[in-house]
Design a protein around this ligand. Structure first.
Ligand SMILES: NC(=O)c1ccc[n+]([C@@H]2O[C@H](COP(=O)([O-])OP(=O)(O)OC[C@H]3O[C@@H](n4cnc5c(N)ncnc54)[C@H](OP(=O)(O)O)[C@@H]3O)[C@@H](O)[C@H]2O)c1
Length: 411
C-alpha cells in the first residue's frame, strides 16, 4: 500500500499553465489545508524561482524533481502522491512515460492533453494496467474538454428529470469567448499537424468520431460535423467550425459509451461557433471557416510549419495576466429528444478559457480525484470528467472556479 505525502503533485509546474495552476492551488487550498500538494518538474532552479514568486517557503510548497523521460524518477514521484496533474506537453512528445508509470503504480492522473491520437495510444497501451493497479487516468481536464463534457452531462441530467429521457441530439455552440494561446498549445497543434501530414492512417483515425470509444461500442450513428459556414435554424444563426470540436466530440462520445449509452445508442453531438445572422453572419462564418482551413493546410506543409513555429509564442509564453483576467467564455447547448422536445443550457467561465479558467478547472479536477472520488466507487481505468466526476465537479467548478452551468428558456 502506498502512503503518499501529497494528495496532488503538479508535474510541469514551471509551464505557462502550470505556474497559473500553482498560484491558484496556493490561493484556493493554502499550504496547510485539506489538500496537501507539491510542485514538480525537471529544473530545480526554475522550480525554486516559481516557489519564490509564489511567496511560499520550502516546507509549505515542497519540490519533487523528475524528467519526463526518466521512468525511475517518475516512479519516485508517483510513490509520494495520490494524484499527478501533468502540464508537461506536447503530450504526444513527452507524456507517455508518466501515463505508463501512473497506470502501473496505481497513481491517479489528470492532464490537459488535447491530442486524440495520443490519448487513443495511451488507452491501447495502458488501460489494462490502470484497471489492474487501480489508477484512474483522466485526460482533457481543461477548456478542452470539461465545459463540453460536463455541459452535455448537465443538459442530459435535466432532460431526464424533465422528459424522462435523454436528448439524442445535442449541439454545442460557442456564443462568445476571449483568450489567447500559449507556446505549449501552439507546439501541440503544430506537432499534431506534422504527425498527421506524415501518416494517412492517423488522418483516418482523427476523422473517426468514435476513436476514443471502447472496442465493440454499440454506437456507430453517423455524426454531424460543421466543416464549412452553414445556417443553424436551432440557433437562428450562421455557424462556423470550432477548432476544439476535434477533441471535445470524441470525449463526449466516450462518456456516452462509458455510461452505457445513457445519452442514447443513436446519440449525435457536434460543436461550432455562432457567427450571427444575415449577410454579416454568413461572411463572418465563411471567413472563420476559410481561415481555419488555411491554417490546417499551411501547418501540414513542413517549411510553412517551421515558419509558423518561429512567429507564434515560444514555450513558456502566453497571454498576459491582464488578458487572462479580461478573458471569458460563453457556450450554449441545445438538445432534442427522440420525440422532438428540446432543452437549452449554457456554460460560462470567468477567465480566458485556455489558461486562467483551464488552470482552475484542472486544479479542481485534481482535488476532486484526490478528495471526493473513492476507488471503491470509481475503480482503475481511463475515465472522462463526466463519468468519473459528474455532479461533484460541476459543484466544485461553480463554487470555486468561476464556471456556471445554467438551464435556459427556449427563445
Ligand atoms: N486542454 C486545454 O484546455 C489546454 C490549455 C492550455 C494548455 N494546454 C496544453 O498544456 C500543455 C502545457 O502548455 P503550456 O503552454 O503551459 O506549456 P509550456 O509553457 O511550453 O511548458 C511546457 C512544460 O513542459 C516541461 N517539460 C518539457 N520537457 C520536459 C521534460 N523532458 N521533463 C520534464 N518537464 C519537461 C517544461 O519544463 P521547463 O519549464 O523545465 O522547460 C514546462 O514546464 C500543452 O500540451 C498544451 O497544449 C491545454
Amino acid at each position: 500500500m502506498k502512503a503518499p505525502h501529497y494528495d496532488v503533485t503538479v508535474f510541469g509546474a514551471t509551464s505557462f499553465v502550470g505556474q497559473i495552476l500553482s498560484r491558484y492551488l496556493l490561493e484556493e487550498f493554502g499550504t496547510r489545508g485539506k489538500l496537501r500538494w507539491a510542485i514538480a518538474g525537471r529544473s530545480e532552479s526554475k522550480l525554486l524561482a516559481l516557489r519564490k514568486s509564489l511567496g511560499a517557503t520550502a516546507g509549505a510548497v515542497p519540490i519533487v524533481l523528475a524528467d519526463a523521460a526518466d521512468e525511475e524518477a517518475l516512479g519516485r514521484l508517483c510513490d509520494q502522491t495520490s494524484v499527478v496533474i501533468s502540464t508537461v506537453g506536447p503530450y504526444a512528445l513527452y507524456g507517455e512515460p508518466l501515463v505508463k508509470v501512473c497506470a502501473q503504480s496505481g497513481t491517479d492522473y489528470c492532464d490537459l492533453a488535447g491530442e486524440p491520437h495520443w490519448i487513443r495510444r495511451m488507452l491501447q497501451l495502458y488501460e489494462r494496467a490502470a484497471r489492474k493497479s487501480g489508477a484512474r487516468i483522466v485526460h482533457c481536464c481543461g477548456f478542452d474538454s470539461i465545459p463540453s463534457d460536463l455541459g452535455v452531462y448537465f443538459l442530459q441530467q435535466a432532460a431526464k428529470r424533465r422528459f424522462g429521457q435523454p436528448c439524442t441530439h445535442v449541439k454545442m455552440r460557442v456564443k462568445a469567448m476571449r483568450g489567447g494561446f500559449s507556446g505549449g498549445t501552439y507546439a501541440s497543434v503544430l506537432n499534431a499537424l506534422k504527425e498527421s501530414a506524415a501518416d494517412p492512417r492517423l488522418r483516418k483515425e482523427l476523422a473517426n468520431p468514435y476513436s476514443l470509444c471502447p472496442e465493440g461500442d454499440a454506437s456507430r450513428t453517423r455524426q454531424p460535423n460543421v466543416k464549412f459556414a452553414e445556417f443553424d435554424a436551432d440557433f437562428d444563426s450562421w455557424v462556423a467550425p470550432f477548432v476544439m470540436s476535434a477533441i471535445n466530440t470524441r470525449i463526449v462520445q466516450r462518456s456516452n459509451a462509458l455510461l452505457k449509452q445513457a445519452y442514447g445508442v443513436h446519440f449525435r453531438y457536434d460543436e461550432a461557433m455562432l457567427a450571427g445572422r444575415g449577410l454579416t453572419g454568413r461572411l463572418t462564418a465563411t471567413a472563420i471557416a476559410t481561415g481555419l482551413a488555411g491554417f490546417m493546410v499551411a501547418g501540414a506543409i513542413g517549411p510553412v510549419r517551421s515558419a509558423l513555429a518561429r512567429i507564434v509564442p515560444a514555450p513558456g509564453e502566453g497571454p498576459s495576466p491582464k488578458a487572462q483576467e479580461a478573458g471569458f467564455f460563453d457556450l450554449r447547448f441545445f438538445g432534442r429528444t427522440e420525440d422532438g422536445r428540446s432543452l437549452r443550457a449554457k456554460v460560462t467561465g470567468d477567465r480566458d478559457p485556455g489558461y486562467g479558467s483551464t488552470a482552475k478547472m484542472l486544479g479542481q479536477a485534481g482535488a476532486c480525484l484526490a478528495l471526493d472520488v473513492a476507488r471503491t466507487e470509481k475503480p482503475g481505468g481511463f475515465w472522462t470528467t463526466a463519468t468519473v466526476f459528474g455532479e461533484r465537479l460541476v459543484h466544485r467548478l461553480e463554487a470555486h472556479a468561476g464556471v456556471k452551468f445554467e438551464l435556459l428558456q427556449d427563445p
